[in-house]
Write a protein that binds this ligand. Structure first.
Ligand SMILES: Nc1ncnc2c1ncn2[C@@H]1O[C@H](COP(=O)(O)OP(=O)(O)O)[C@@H](O)[C@H]1O
Ligand SMILES: [Mg+2]
Length: 347
């Protein structure tokens, strides 16, 4: 009997298009002898669609073969395993995982808690601090009407103006700094500021994407990534490196600029690579991860210090994405990786 696999993609986040690219690769590479595949597209405005023709579908380009699903719960209940290929809000943040839990359906990847902790950069920081994993110094702000709330490390709150918020940043961390909406993905809403004027502008800009804003010390060094796989017995891939075409790995550098390069393995000493692999598993376990994650780090040029940047519980999954490429370098082919993830979901 084939496994009825619901491949859910698109989604209501800013990463809808990225998700469609990932889903197309997955669809192409899943073993059709093992799986009966049910692609499900979620539009940006939250409508769910099924496909009536599975031959050569180019997801998202051919609305002809899409029919809106009237009863999502009933539809999902007919499937055996669900594979959310969704990035960002309402897909990678625990909300859809909550729906799957209620339906008692096995699904690929992290559960509710790990997904939401991994999505919210402010709360990822709290867990990584607790796990004693080194990360860039940061300031946490919340937008409050026309002002801001500064939240210290013990969650004490203080109301501040934009100017005062910038003063706090200037006092606590050195430029350059990165300003991020807590719920960003694909670098949307993220900027690098080299002075106070830019800082203020970018805080306001980040506030358009999320009420919660993080400001972090910019780490000057290599940007590296490590993939992890497993539920209880977790393995880590080797380490890969990003060479962004831009000043940092912006949306454009990630998806549009072909001058961005990835390097496998990363240009690092073996000792540093091994440390990163250990930290990747540690970080994954610290957020209670399951299935898969890609854990991103910086290695500072001057000191060789490793800083964790973030954990992505549903990393990009096209054939040329870092996650599958890192495992391919370990001898686990793309289709085998998909089989593994589906097996882990069923466990
Ligand atoms: N503290 C930092 N120091 C140096 N570069 C950073 C820092 N934070 C983010 N960046 C750069 O910005 C990019 C996007 O930030 P990231 O936190 O990874 O957000 P996203 O979740 O959107 O990928 C990173 O890939 C990196 O190039
Ligand atoms: Mg990132």
């Amino acid at each position: 009997m084939k496994i009825k696999l619901g491949l859910i993609f698109g989604g209501m986040s800013t990463e809808n298009e990225v998700s469609v690219m990932s889903a197309n690769s997955i669809l192409k590479n899943l073993d059709k002898n093992k799986y009966e595949i049910f692609p499900i597209y979620i539009s940006k405005n939250g409508k769910w669609y099924q496909y009536d023709n599975l031959e050569n579908i180019e997801i998202n380009k051919n609305m002809d073969h899409m029919n809106e699903i009237e009863n999502i719960i009933k539809y999902l209940q007919t499937l055996d395993v669900l594979f959310p290929v969704l990035h960002g809000l309402y897909g990678e943040d625990g909300t859809i995982q909550g729906l799957f839990e209620i339906l008692k359906k096995p699904y690929v990847g992290c559960g509710v808690l790990a997904s939401s902790v991994g999505m919210d950069k402010a709360y990822t920081k709290v867990i990584f601090d607790k796990a004693n994993i080194c990360q860039a110094p940061y300031i946490y702000l919340k937008k409050y009407k026309d002002q801001y709330t500064y939240i210290d490390k013990e969650f004490n709150e203080k109301r501040v103006s934009l100017e005062e918020a910038a003063d706090i940043v200037e006092k606590e961390i050195d430029f350059p700094v990165f300003i991020k909406p807590a719920n960003s993905g694909s670098s949307v809403g993220i900027n690098k500021a080299k002075n106070k004027e830019d800082l203020k502008e970018y805080i306001e800009y980040a506030g358009k994407f999320d009420k919660k804003i993080l400001i972090e010390k910019g780490i000057i060094g290599q940007e590296v990534e490590c993939a992890v796989l497993g539920n209880d017995d977790v393995i880590a891939s080797g380490v890969g490196e990003i060479k962004p075409a831009d000043e940092f790995y912006s949306y454009d550098a990630k998806y549009q600029n072909e001058d961005s390069k990835t390097l496998i393995p990363a240009n690092l000493d073996e000792k540093v690579s091994n440390e990163i692999r250990k930290l990747a598993i540690k970080a994954f376990k610290a957020i209670d991860g399951k299935g898969l994650s890609r854990v991103d780090f910086f290695v500072e040029d001057k000191t060789n210090q490793i800083y964790i940047n973030e954990i992505n519980t549903l990393p990009g999954f096209t054939k040329i994405s870092m996650y599958p490429k890192l495992f391919e370098a370990e001898g686990i082919q793309y289709n085998e990786l998909l089989d593994n993830l589906i097996k882990l979901a069923q466990e």
